[in-house]
Design a protein around this ligand. Sequence first.
Ligand code: NAD
Length: 367
Amino acid sequence: MKTLRFTTLPGDGIGPEVMDIALEVLKKLGTLHGFSIETSNHDVGGIGIDNHGQALPESTLAACREVDAILFGSVGGPKWENLPPKEQPERAALLPIRKAFELFANLRPGNLYPELSDLSPLRPDTVANGIDTLCVRELTGGIYFGQPKETKTLENGEKQAIDTMVYRTSEIERITELAITAATLREGRICSVDKANVLETSVLWRDTVINCVQKHNPDIELSHMYVDNAAMQLVRDPNQFDVLLTENMFGDILSDELAVICGSLGMLASASLGTQKNSLNLPFGLYEPAGGTAPDIAGKGLANPCAQVLSAALMLRYSFGLEKEANSVENAVKETIRSGLRTGDIAQGADSVGTAEMGQAIIDRLK
Ligand code: NAD
């Protein structure tokens, strides 16, 4: 029997509540599909600070190095918000973990089920059939990391700040290869976003994407769009996109736009994939919900577990190569929503259920 080895880092707030559900889902799925899971639970974020004096304790990092993937909850909350910015749980846990595992690719599915289309701020006729798109964002290059990055005072006393946008071919190739893999599992269409009419990095980006698709899978339907147009087109008709491929800063903005369009943070998963291959020769990855620790509802059993469960599905797909099993989880969530069950965040004033009931309904629908 195949054994899936991963760490769980539930973090703070609703993190542990929704992580429990995701684990229950994986355990039940294993009995249906013939695999077992071997997990260990570790502190990260605020609870890491409380128990070990560090948002990312050495012991947590060491445990993550021993496995094939990380299932992450979320970190932070009011208890730690007066710490200096560098020690804040989000910054002190997530940035170092991304660095430690060279997580260069962020995959954010933009999914809105037709049954929840009222949650979207877009026109009802635009989202009547829901939304299904995937944003693939480069995560470790571009203007956020390029050097020089500085503020200096000029001779005339005026201040000047510089950020540098820099990309190398190899950085563009590896994210494009990943987008190709993702698109191949979907409709086979990639729209690459750039600003090639203005930026040198975008000219290189576009040329490299074209060459890479030609080399690895010429059957991919590749198109290109300037980022300003992409921001408009996402609002006008998000379903024109199958896979949106973007550099770091453009992806930061467009993936948040996509999240808002999809209505609720409680439904959105994400995957960050690394340069390293795991023991199965698949990408090592960190999988987490798009939302935070939701301090307003933490500890009340009210959190929507779907985003965490869907993050586990992404882990099955990308780090364990279990596409059928990932689909089974995604379909169970879809069926649960179709059945009319809602947690408070997606109920729009109608009757709602708690985390446990929602989780059980998903488990009951696993095939
Ligand atoms: P948040 O995502 O935690 O909450 C925003 C709103 O969405 C809240 O009303 C919350 O109740 C709701 N929400 C989010 N996830 C939900 C779920 N699964 N079910 C039901 N409702 C859900 O964002 P925030 O309030 O800006 O941040 C709270 C804390 O989380 C802060 O400390 C912040 O730093 C942290 N945070 C962490 C991450 C991360 O770990 N990756 C991401 C974002 C925010």
